[in-house]
Design a protein around this ligand. Structure first.
Ligand code: PLP
Length: 449
């Protein structure tokens, strides 16, 4: 069975029976909408959804996509029979309590003692909140992030009307601390974004060194760990990455996306602030007009108003089943991804057809296709991408600056500014068992030519 959905639906039915029993003393009331006509439209949509890449399968080794854990999927669905809104306690009492517990658990994972945080739509929204608070606290300075940081930081800075500057990166894709230092000597910087796990190549910025510079220059440090955050509790990451992750609790704010590596359906990002006093910045006037209790409502510490209680229910349930503990089942699955990336990179390294670039710090591997020059290597990467897809092996492409690629591939003729490379995010624990087969498929594709 492709989805194991029949067993899952039995579990959901049991949970829904229990949920319904909590409302058994309500008087009978008819439901206005009938189920008529639903079968046809549902069959239509199921067929329409077949037009997707097989994201749930380990032969999908491309973009940053990971299926939710079954328990997250079921808990999310369960909550939709009530559809709580975590804007206010009136809209979702139980799910708001679960949100506070989930965020508290994430903050504890990073080592924060006191903190303030909430869930939101995703990493973009979470970063917007982090940079918005940064801009309120340090209104005059620029936002800086590495040239490999997510493009969202530049765009959010535009939205917030904060100046933005990109800091150059090393050949490994990490922020160049010397370049940051020279910007700090010339300019007023309000917030430095440290990306712990870049979206492109999975590079880990030197957070420890950035924090040292904060001592002298007094900027805020915002950590974008939307993709990489959970690797904090992994064991197989390189020593240098581990050293940087250990510093997260010293940053002013951190973003993590439970919908990336936290086994959640989309619509689940999280922002955590080290100083709970930033809550004052969210204060607004209309509170008592529609809040019915004096307790803290999540809408008072979040820019978004309506938010899916379902996201909190799903995350809470997942954290109960798979607590975020070093050496626990959740962390072990992350380690499998780290090992898969390392093994895959070793496979590429010994291949005649590919050129390996930086060593993966997390579970993303980027690799080039051997050729005479940058233009031909780019064309070949697109060709392999296409022909792999025809064999049900789904990869991704990334354009890297030619200067970055040539560090790892010195005899490449640079006849263009960027080199299109192949990229694989090995985010599923199942990837570890598939690496040899994926490498073999890639070799066959190249040797056939
Ligand atoms: C994915 C990602 C984002 C954007 O998050 P969304 O959840 O897609 O909105 C920001 N930063 C990093 C490092 C990411 O990987």
């Amino acid at each position: 069975m492709v989805f194991r959905h029949e067993t899952e639906l039995e579990l959901l039915k049991g949970a829904l029976d229990t949920l319904a029993s909590g409302f058994a003393d309500l008087p009978e009331a008819d439901t206005y909408y009938s189920l008529d006509g639903m079968e046809d439209v549902l069959q239509d949509v199921a067929r329409r959804m077949q037009d997707n890449f097989p994201y749930h399968h380990p032969r999908y080794a491309g973009q940053m996509l990971k299926p939710p854990h079954p328990v997250a999927r079921l808990a999310y669905a369960l909550s939709l029979w009530l559809n709580p809104n975590n804007h206010a306690l009136d809209g979702g009492r139980a799910s708001s309590a679960m949100e506070l517990e989930c965020v508290e658990a994430i903050a504890r994972m990073f080592g924060f003692s006191e903190s303030l945080g909430h869930l939101c739509g995703g990493g973009t929204m979470a970063n917007l909140e982090g940079l918005w608070v940064g801009g309120r606290v340090q209104p005059r300075g620029k936002v800086v992030a590495s040239a490999q940081a997510h493009y969202t930081h530049r765009r959010i800075s535009e939205v917030l009307r904060l100046e933005f500057e990109a800091i150059p990166v090393s050949a490994s894709g990490r922020m160049d601390v010397d370049a940051l230092r020279s910007v700090l000597q010339k300019e007023e910087v309000g917030t430095v974004v440290a990306t712990l796990g870049t979206t492109g190549v999975g590079a880990v910025d030197p957070l420890a060194e950035i924090l040292e510079l904060r001592e002298e220059h007094g900027f805020r440090v915002h950590v974008d760990a939307a993709y990489g955050g959970y690797f904090h509790i992994a064991s197989e990451q390189p020593e240098e990455a581990r050293r940087q992750f250990a510093q997260i609790a010293n940053a002013d704010s951190v973003v993590i996306d439970p919908h990336k590596h936290g086994l959640q359906p989309y619509g689940c990002g999280c922002i955590v602030f080290r100083d709970p006093a930033v809550a004052a910045l969210y204060r607004h006037d209309s509170a008592y007009t529609y809040y019915s209790s004096a307790e803290l409502h999540l809408g008072e510490i979040s820019l978004e108003c309506s938010r899916p209680g379902a996201a909190a229910v799903a995350l809470w349930t997942t954290q109960q089943l798979l607590p975020m503990q070093r050496g626990g089942a959740f962390a072990t699955a992350l380690d499998r991804s780290l090992l898969a990336a390392r093994n895959f990179r070793n496979g590429i390294e010994t291949s005649r057809n590919f050129v390996s670039l930086m060593e993966p710090e997390l579970d993303i591997v980027v690799y080039a296709v051997r050729a005479e020059d940058a233009g031909e290597a780019s064309q070949r990467a697109r060709d392999v991408f296409q022909r792999a897809a025809e064999r049900n092996l789904h990869l991704a492409l990334i354009d890297l600056p030619a200067s970055m690629v040539s560090h790892w591939w010195p005899d490449l003729v640079l006849n263009r500014d960027t080199v299109t490379c192949l990229r694989s995010c090995l985010m599923k624990p199942e990837h570890l068992d598939q690496v040899d087969e994926i490498c073999a498929t890639l070799e066959r594709i190249c040797d056939e030519k």
